[in-house]
Design a protein around this ligand. Structure first.
Ligand SMILES: N[C@@H](CCC(=O)N[C@@H](CS)C(=O)NCC(=O)O)C(=O)O
Length: 213
């Protein structure tokens, strides 16, 4: 049994939860963070000194944090060779895109677009926002070319890389802003939306984040 600490509205919690859902693992999740609080207690900080969510424990194993590390652990431990290719030569071609999402597309979109549009980011300068949208268009076009015919990031089969890459697309496609024309990425997102685990764990309203602390 996996125990997950983290609110359903957190994109990083969603990444972990979607993975758990796709792998069909048993879990219990506790709402922690933002309006729920609970991530600044001594007990929580002993598990995760960052005071962030998610934190995950597998049985009575040591607590894990950093959502992408959690995805890799779950995939390596419970996924088959398609979800977590055992061959490092194959796996790195997926992992570099997962890492790219966490370090390039993800921070740009979340910090410079998502939180700005939700009215929660300090940087709302119009020129800076427009530059961020142009930069995001270039990254979206890169991802569009990678996806190509897909159907998934690694080609024929869903993998751990989709968990890291696909989560933010829900916010990306449901917010109203000027996006790049990316037919392959659009089709990929539509395929994710057809997956029950994506619908359950990722397609979660973020409206409460506009107002809650
Ligand atoms: N790099 C970390 C980032 C974790 C993170 O920033 N979590 C956010 C939510 S997405 C958080 O804990 N925010 C404070 C809160 O929810 O109270 C990861 O991928 O897990």
């Amino acid at each position: 049994m996996l125990t997950v600490w983290g609110r359903a509205t957190s994109s990083n919690v969603q990444t972990a939860m979607w993975t758990i859902g796709e792998l069909g693992l048993a879990f219990e999740r506790h709402d922690i963070g933002h309006a729920h609080g609970g991530n600044d207690t001594p007990d929580y900080l002993a598990m995760n000194p960052n005071g962030l969510v998610p934190t995950v424990r597998d049985g009575d194993g040591a607590p894990m944090w950093e959502s992408a590390a959690i995805v890799r652990y779950l995939a390596a431990r419970y996924g088959d060779d398609r979800f977590w290719p055992r061959d490092p030569v194959v796996r790195v071609q997926l992992d570099m895109w997962a890492e790219w999402m966490k370090t390039s597309f993800g921070p740009l979109f979340s910090k410079q677009v998502f939180w700005v549009l939700l009215g929660r980011a300090a940087n709302t300068d119009a020129a800076a926002f427009s530059a961020s949208l142009e930069a995001l268009k270039r990254l979206a076009a890169m991802l569009d070319r990678r996806i190509g015919a897909g159907p998934y990031v690694g080609g024929e089969h869903l993998s751990f890389a989709d968990m890291v890459i696909g989560t933010l697309l829900y916010r990306y496609y449901t917010l109203d802003f000027d996006r790049a024309g990316t037919p392959a990425l659009d089709a990929y997102y539509a395929r994710l939306c057809a997956r029950p685990s994506y619908r359950e764990h990722v397609m979660v309203s973020y409206e409460s984040l506009r107002t809650q602390p």
